[in-house]
Design a protein. Structure first.
Length: 383
């Protein structure tokens, strides 16, 4: 048996040869790029790439077939990116062309004032998020998340603000499901610290409370506190602020609402307990949506929705693209597609500046891996 040092020397020799061939392959790819330029051909050829990946698997030993496919996909990714850089033609992709056009036409500064639609009533956390995103928003309220989407789609509001996820309770599934039904673009996101209080009419006492109302997310976020009130019935309603308003209008001192402390002054309530959420480091992330594609300077995040082929490795191949381009995946969410048994839509956020070459490569290559791909926007997050 050879010594370890001898085996490592052999591996080093093989690696040198691999990278020499890699450089040689890149030079040949320059010729391919020039040929495509002269003949008006697109860089991305999905049929050719599928054939190359399949051939790589066939050429490798059975136990290495998957690794051979991954290696070939990385080689093709590098070659494609190099050809795009040489030709400067990544904008021939329709989606990327729309994104670049939006970057050129979008104003330099995000608007300070706008008509904004939020779900709920005055005092809702969506209102707090809207006032964080805009300096002087004119806010209208819809009773449902669906209503916010429709208000923006119909041009009745410039923007809509919707909750996406909470750091402790997870994603707002209803919003993700509605994303499949509506046309919109994300133009900005922000995070709002969640600080729930138990609010009741003046004169009420905690020991006398028999019914508590709030949104399902708030109830989940305050599970530990509520578990200490075994004789209390908990009711789900459409919004924390709506719960506070309902308590104020009830005239009863045996009911309370889980809502923001700001709702106390707004609806003439008093806080029986403050900071009742399970964790103090509790944030909800909100998205600001628009009917039009707007990409403001500094946009360094992007969102997509995808439906993948129903076959082994489909999601893995999608994720491999992020790895190949060194793009950080911030969120991956799957939701069942209505009326399509055991098929899922994947929502994902990535950290990638809209002006970067990696973003152009990502946009131009993802479509070839998906049955359906929808770009949801490129934006920055307000802290």
């Amino acid at each position: 048996m050879a010594e370890l040092s001898e085996l490592r020397l052999e591996i080093d020799r093989i690696d040198r040869e691999i990278f020499e061939l890699f450089s040689e392959r890149a030079k040949v790819a320059e010729g391919v790029a020039e040929y495509k330029r002269e003949h008006g051909m697109r860089v991305f050829d999905p049929a050719r790439e599928r054939a190359k990946v399949a051939a790589a698997a066939d050429a490798a030993p059975e136990d290495l077939a998957t690794y051979a496919q991954v290696l070939m996909e990385l080689l093709m990714e590098a070659s494609r990116s190099r050809q795009h850089a040489l030709l400067g033609d990544a904008s021939d992709d329709r989606t990327l062309a729309r994104i670049n056009a939006a970057r050129e036409s979008t104003p330099e500064f995000f608007p300070r004032s706008a008509h904004v639609s939020c779900q709920g009533v005055e005092g809702a956390y969506s209102q707090i998020a809207a006032e964080k995103i805009f300096r002087r928003p004119t806010i209208g309220y819809s009773p449902t998340f669906d209503g916010v989407f429709r208000t923006v789609e119909q041009g009745l509001a410039d923007y809509g603000v919707l909750p996406l996820e909470n750091s402790t309770a997870g994603s707002v599934n209803q919003v993700f499901d509605l994303m499949m039904e509506h046309s919109f673009y994300v133009v900005r996101t922000t995070r709002v610290k969640v600080d729930h209080s138990l609010l009741a009419l003046p004169g009420a006492e905690l020991s006398g409370i028999r019914d508590i109302y709030s949104h399902q997310q708030a109830i989940s976020q305050c599970a530990e506190f509520l578990s200490g009130l075994p004789d209390v019935r908990v009711h789900v309603c459409e919004n924390t602020a709506a719960a506070a308003r309902s308590v104020a209008e009830s005239g009863r001192t045996d009911v309370a609402a889980l809502a923001s402390h700001a709702c106390a002054a707004l609806y003439g309530l008093t806080a029986l307990s403050s900071g009742v959420q399970d964790r103090d480091n509790n944030y909800t992330r909100f998205a600001c949506i628009s009917r039009n594609l707007e990409v403001y300077p500094g946009a360094d995040r992007a969102s997509f929705m995808a439906v993948l082929p129903h076959r082994p490795g489909a999601l893995y191949k999608l994720l491999a693209k992020f790895y190949a381009l060194d793009v950080n995946l911030l969120k991956l969410e799957s939701r069942p597609i209505p009326e399509r048994d055991f098929e899922f839509m994947f929502y994902f956020d990535v950290e990638c500046p809209a002006a970067s070459p990696e973003f152009a490569s990502l946009v131009t290559t993802l479509g070839g891996l998906c049955q359906e791909l929808r770009f949801l926007g490129s934006y920055s997050e307000v802290l």
